[in-house]
Design a protein around this ligand. Structure first.
Ligand code: THU
Length: 133
């Protein structure tokens, strides 16, 4: 169960880190803040590239930073864009790898949360590690 203080802090950090997004091509800045089950927060932004398909989404940046630190247990992620846009399909799949019950908070650039849902709701019938066993 996420507290209001945890949600507020996640959204606050996602709003703030969004300023570091590297998006000279789309001009669509995305900030993410990922809460681990042991209470740490990892942030991420989208990082675009002149070779456009090499773009890394903000959610994936945050998750990859946590995994790099040896952390793979996640409770929630806040995703902040100008218009409270939804996570792309690739990001939903990357989230599904680790926790279908993870809470996803969608917020706009002012930190207004417009949606709160689980990864399972975002990606019904997900292909998961269990499918490879
Ligand atoms: N983007 C993300 O960072 N996360 C998403 O879930 C959707 C899209 C980024 C990728 C690209 O830099 C820009 O938003 C426009 O697609």
């Amino acid at each position: 169960m996420l507290t209001k203080a945890q949600k507020d802090e996640l959204v606050r950090q996602a709003v703030e880190v969004r300023n570091n997004a590297y998006c000279p091509y789309s001009h669509y800045a995305v900030g993410a803040a990922l809460l681990t089950t042991d209470g740490r927060i990892y942030t991420g932004v989208n990082v675009e590239n002149a070779v456009l398909p090499l773009t890394n989404c903000a959610e994936q940046t945050a998750i990859f930073r946590a995994v790099t630190d040896g952390v793979k247990s996640f409770a929630a992620i806040a995703v902040v864009t100008e218009n409270a846009g939804m996570p792309c399909g690739a990001c939903r799949q990357v989230m599904a790898e680790f926790n279908l019950e993870m809470i996803v908070l969608i917020a706009d650039a002012d930190g207004r949360v417009t949606r709160e849902l689980t990864v399972a709701e975002l990606l019904p019938g997900a292909f998961t590690p269990q499918d490879l066993i």
